[in-house]
Design a protein around this ligand. Structure first.
Ligand SMILES: [Zn+2]
Length: 113
């Protein structure tokens, strides 16, 4: 599985790198890691960020043939060296996340004239 095909087929966005594929019982898992340049402090936008470990987030994506396919994306745990803010890596794939901790409220109302 080439990276470009993977990215096209599954909508994997820039900033992720193909790592490996594992085949389980009747399914395939594609592992993706986060590119270092994606790690930017959300608080102060500093790129002086230390990794403090990581976890993985798995989500099911479009099957190949009849095989279920999972994308396993790395979620790096980071700490900003400039301001000390701790955060987890960038939100992975285009999918609504339930937890948003930024205080910004997005208005859903659009005025049309
Ligand atoms: Zn910071």
């Amino acid at each position: 599985m080439s990276q470009s095909l993977l990215f096209h087929a599954f909508g994997v966005r820039d900033g992720y790198e193909y790592w490996k594929t594992e085949y389980g019982e009747g399914c395939a898992r594609f592992f993706l890691t986060v590119k270092p340049e994606q790690l930017v402090c959300p608080q102060c936008q500093s790129q002086e960020v230390s990794r403090k470990g990581r976890r993985f987030r798995q989500l099911q994506t479009v099957p190949i043939g009849l095989k279920p396919v999972f994308l396993v994306t790395e979620v790096p745990k980071c700490q900003c060296r400039a301001c000390g803010h701790r955060f987890e890596g960038p939100p992975p794939l285009p999918r609504p996340m339930s937890t948003t901790r930024t205080g910004s409220k997005r208005s859903s109302q659009i005025s049309i004239r």
